[in-house]
Write a protein that binds this ligand. Structure first.
Ligand code: ZN
Length: 167
């Protein structure tokens, strides 16, 4: 079953025959139509490419190395969103807070001082989709004394009405 989560690297992702790995998040970069601006490709993960300019850590040859990539469904719901959650968790720890990642079987993304503060990072491009989702349920966050929804600065820079639309 695990095999079904992975695909061979598609030909269109190769850049001059090689798979370029993103230096920040480790996923494979994609070739970009703007070859001048992105000569070595661009990271496809929004949480990563909105923060960093493209940088290749290694170039892998699919004819020599056994390369498999997680399919798009896995990348969307697993690898990508965790970047924001890990940033919050790392920052909390660096500031000496008692932070826990995905506490109590994923009740929220980051808990601080057990049930005192619960933080969920949301990365919906559309504030309307996020609002509809929250209207239905705020999930495990309901169990926390103080509840925080975190939206990245990049999403707000792209849409200055993001927060007012959600509220
Ligand atoms: Zn990346």
């Amino acid at each position: 079953m695990v095999d079904t989560f992975f695909d061979p690297v598609p030909e269109v992702w190769l850049i001059n025959g090689l798979a370029h790995r993103c230096a920040y998040c480790g996923t494979l970069m994609r070739s970009h139509p703007n070859k001048k601006r992105f000569p070595e490709g661009r990271c496809p993960i929004r949480q990563c490419n909105s923060r960093n300019s493209p940088k290749v850590s290694e170039k892998l040859d699919p004819n020599k190395d056994y390369l498999r990539i997680a399919n798009p469904q896995i990348l969307t719901y697993w690898t990508g969103p965790a970047i924001d959650e890990l940033n919050i968790f790392d920052t909390a720890r660096q500031n000496g807070l008692d932070a826990e990642l995905y506490p109590e079987s994923d009740l929220c993304d980051v808990a601080i001082n057990e049930r005192a503060i619960g933080i969920d990072a949301k990365s919906y491009t559309s504030p309307v989709t996020l609002a509809l989702r929250l209207n239905r349920s705020i999930g495990g966050l309901i169990h926390y004394h103080r509840r925080i929804l975190a939206v990245s600065d990049q999403l707000i820079e792209d849409n200055l009405n993001y927060l007012s639309t959600v509220i």
